[in-house]
Design a protein around this ligand. Structure first.
Ligand code: ZN
Ligand code: ZN
Length: 253
């Protein structure tokens, strides 16, 4: 199993997960043309995808989904709430996710789980090829016990490190937006992300990726430093996905 990012941050998110012959795109916050360009950087075309999964209806996750789906006949999987809230027009086809029930796309087993975020019915995912487990968790305002148990025993984790609380407080956002981002249905701070990592079993963990890093309210070095401090001496790699370049393929052994 391997994974990559086409880009990560408040201007657009898209993650690739591949197992065996199956390849899915999670979210597409880029325009269709931009997504095609970013896929080409990884030597992929939209036709190489089997499906698009959507975590929630915020534009940095869904902006390009409907057009990409229509143009390339890709089925879109999302919760009923996300489907009701999306405004991108028709999809090639729609598959409803029950956020408490695992489902399968080809060689990938996918376990969704609900998360606290200010969207209609947001969920995040754990992917497995039957042997290895990859967790994806971004766009989350607070930590729930359900989330921690869903993320236990992962081999890789893509984890939101949205903001540094001091940078958010001193930064350019208006007070209402600062409150939203830092609130219980907003985004994870570096410290909250570190608390999650501290609270999950890490014996199998090979890769930890800091994602959805704010360009205005955080710095990759702060996020990585906070995660590294939380886990101390670790045997796994910690790296950051960014907005312009995302992250190249990472294999889970
Ligand atoms: Zn987002
Ligand atoms: Zn969001």
């Amino acid at each position: 199993m391997r994974f990559a990012s086409l880009g990560s941050g408040s201007k657009g998110n898209a993650t690739l997960v591949e197992a065996g012959a199956t390849r899915v795109l999670i979210d597409c916050g880029f325009s269709c043309a931009e997504a095609e360009k970013r896929l080409a950087r990884l030597s992929l075309a939209p036709g190489d995808l089997d499906a698009i999964l959507v975590t929630h209806e915020h534009s940095d996750h869904i902006a390009g989904v409907a057009r990409l789906s229509r143009r390339h006949q890709l089925p879109v999987w999302m919760t009923a709430g996300t489907e009701a809230a999306h405004k991108g027009g028709e999809l090639a086809s729609y598959q409803c996710i029950n956020s408490h029930r695992a489902f399968r796309i080809g060689d990938l087993e996918i376990q969704p789980f609900p998360v606290p975020h200010d969207a209609r019915e947001p969920c995040q995912f754990v992917f497995s090829d039957g042997r290895r487990r990859l967790g994806l968790l971004t766009d989350v305002g607070s930590i729930t016990p359900h989330m921690i148990s869903a993320l236990d025993n992962l081999d890789a984790l893509i984890l939101e490190c949205n903001h540094d609380p001091d940078m958010l407080a001193d930064g350019p956002y208006p007070p209402s937006l600062k409150q939203r981002v830092g609130g219980p249905f907003g985004h994870l701070s570096n410290q909250q992300a570190a608390d999650i990592v501290k609270n999950i079993s890490r014996t199998r963990l090979q890769h930890l990726v800091a994602a959805h890093i704010s360009e205005k309210n955080n710095q990759p070095e702060l996020a990585l430093g906070c995660l590294a401090a939380a886990v101390g001496q670790s045997s796994f790699g910690i790296l950051a996905a960014d907005q312009p370049a995302g992250m190249p393929w990472i294999s889970i052994n």
